[in-house]
Design a protein around this ligand. Structure first.
Ligand code: ADP
Length: 479
């Protein structure tokens, strides 16, 4: 009775002690109810046995102390006590072994939980950094994951709309139909692609739809036919525009290339058929063929230069160049052509230094294109002036090529820098490719970060102005 009371009291104390000890066993991160419960149970099981053992050993020690001073004694271990104490020790060992297993299991579960938490965090970070819109639903069609691109595109509020039905939250019919169809397939291997026009919800009601490629797939699940749906939306509007521009370029380029080629063919055939009998006519034919071949060469060069710049593979060699010197060099190239039409070409500049970081050959190309146009589209006896100044407001060298020529009609002005654009009425005035000004724009704006503009009045002449920053943009950014 006394022992029973003692056990009862002690076990209560032990479970309390085990509960208090639990944080120490699990460490600060493991102070969980589960850990405390395991330790408490272990405490309850072990405590009475430990009490019995301790009590037995105390008695033996007391007996030893009493006889120590008298005479040496061999401690009596009764035949009945030994198996009991052995059994108790075994029981304690076994129980301790169970506790260790349970603690290890708890530890393992906690590690697994941490790993899956960090995997989920990583997945969310990846989804957040994607440019594509991503939506994940659960088996019941409720929104479980929506990345920011999808939220803004489809007007989903995060976190309010999470766990709500995708069909109710998303107003775009195309998208909801895709999600519903995927769920209704009841097939975990369901996967489909579609092109859909989606209006950007963040742009407000009535925003025009943009082409998107939708990829939708079902998620497998152990309990449901379909565990959920993943929908990815990729904006392909820009790709569409680019491919349209490319195909327009190819059709225009082949048209432009065919014109000089057919002209060359026609003249060669006439020569072969003996249509040019006298040497004078033959020479004239040869000249036409040479001119057309040159034009073909210019077309190809311009197309290659433009596409290299557009593709970003044109390497500019930047150096500090003097724009007045460059203007004089270009004028000396164009002078023979100008003289044929009695056109005067001069360079005007102040006493300062007019220099900027630029690619010498490319700037030479710009000046030649503008000067050759000024001469081409000016009647005999005209004047062409190249002015070089410093523009302190924009921090750049400003070069103007002005002529007293035909001028450009107002409706044509916005198009002169477009590829293959030529003013219809001037096609007979001079031969051209319609690519010269487009190349000028690319060299000035795309390569050098400057600007080019034109003002003109029909019958009075045209002024083309371009600016090149003193210091190129990437160098300025790096400074
Ligand atoms: P092109 O090889 O035909 O000259 P450009 O791209 O250089 O091609 O010019 C495009 C069109 O702009 C020309 O065909 C011409 O109609 C017009 N243009 C360009 N420069 C001048 C100018 N100085 N005066 C009048 N028209 C011009």
């Amino acid at each position: 009775m006394k022992i029973g009371t003692g056990i009862l009291l002690w076990s209560g104390g032990a479970s309390l002690a085990a509960g208090l000890a639990a944080p120490m066993i699990f460490g600060s991160g493991a102070n969980t109810p589960l850990a405390a419960a395991v330790a408490a149970i272990a405490g309850l099981a072990v405590a009475p046995l430990a009490w019995l053992l301790n009590r037995d050993e105390d008695r033996l020690l007391d007996a030893a102390n009493e006889t120590a001073d008298a005479q040496p004694v061999i401690l009596p271990v009764t035949a009945m006590m030994r198996p009991i104490s052995d059994a108790i020790r075994r029981l304690i060992d076994e129980n301790q072994c169970d506790v260790q297993t349970m603690l290890a299991r708890v530890r393992e579960l906690e590690i697994r939980a941490k790993i899956s938490d960090s995997e989920r965090d990583r997945l969310e970070t990846v989804l957040h950094s994607l440019h594509d819109a991503v939506i994940v639903t659960n088996a019941y069609g409720e929104l479980r994951l929506v990345n920011p691109v999808a939220a803004s595109l489809l007007g989903v509020r995060i976190p309010e709309d999470l766990n709500r039905s995708a069909e109710q939250v998303i107003s775009d019919d195309h998208i909801t139909r895709l999600i519903v169809e995927a769920h209704e397939s009841r097939s975990p291997s369901y996967r489909t692609r579609a092109e859909v026009d989606v209006s950007d919800a963040s742009a407000g009601p009535g925003a025009p739809g943009r082409a998107h490629e939708a990829t939708i797939a079902c998620l497998p699940d152990q309990n449901e036919p379909v565990g959920g749906v993943v929908l990815i939306l990729r904006d392909i509007a820009r790709e569409r525009e680019i491919s349209q521009v490319k195909s327009e370029f190819v059709s225009k380029a082949s048209h432009e290339l065919r014109t000089p080629l057919s002209s060359i063919n026609a003249y060669i055939e006439m020569l072969l058929d003996g249509e040019a009998t006298d040497p004078e006519a033959q020479t004239e034919f040869y000249h036409v063929i040479k001119n057309e071949a040159d034009r073909l060469g210019r077309l190809i060069d311009n197309m290659l230069n433009i596409s290299r710049i557009e593709a970003g593979i044109s390497k500019a060699k930047y150096e500090d160049m003097d724009f007045v010197k460059a203007a004089h060099a270009a004028v000396s190239v164009i002078e023979p052509q100008a003289k044929l039409k009695d056109i005067t070409v001069r360079v005007k500049s102040g006493p300062l230094l007019y220099s900027a970081e630029a690619d010498r050959d490319m700037i030479q190309q710009v000046l030649l294109n503008l000067l050759s146009n000024a001469v081409k589209y000016s009647p005999e006896g005209g004047r062409v002036t190249v002015t070089v100044e410093n523009d302190e407001t924009t921090g750049s060298v400003m070069t103007t090529v002005a002529d007293t020529g035909l001028g450009i009609p107002p409706d044509a002005l916005p198009h002169v820098f477009d590829k293959f654009y030529r003013v219809e009425n001037y096609k007979r005035v001079a031969k051209g490719t319609g690519l010269g000004l487009n190349l000028v724009k690319h060299i000035v704006e795309t390569v050098h970060g400057g600007q080019v503009a034109v003002t003109s009045e029909v019958g009075m002449g045209s002024r083309f102005v371009f600016t090149i920053p003193y210091v190129r943009q990437s160098a300025r950014r790096a400074a």
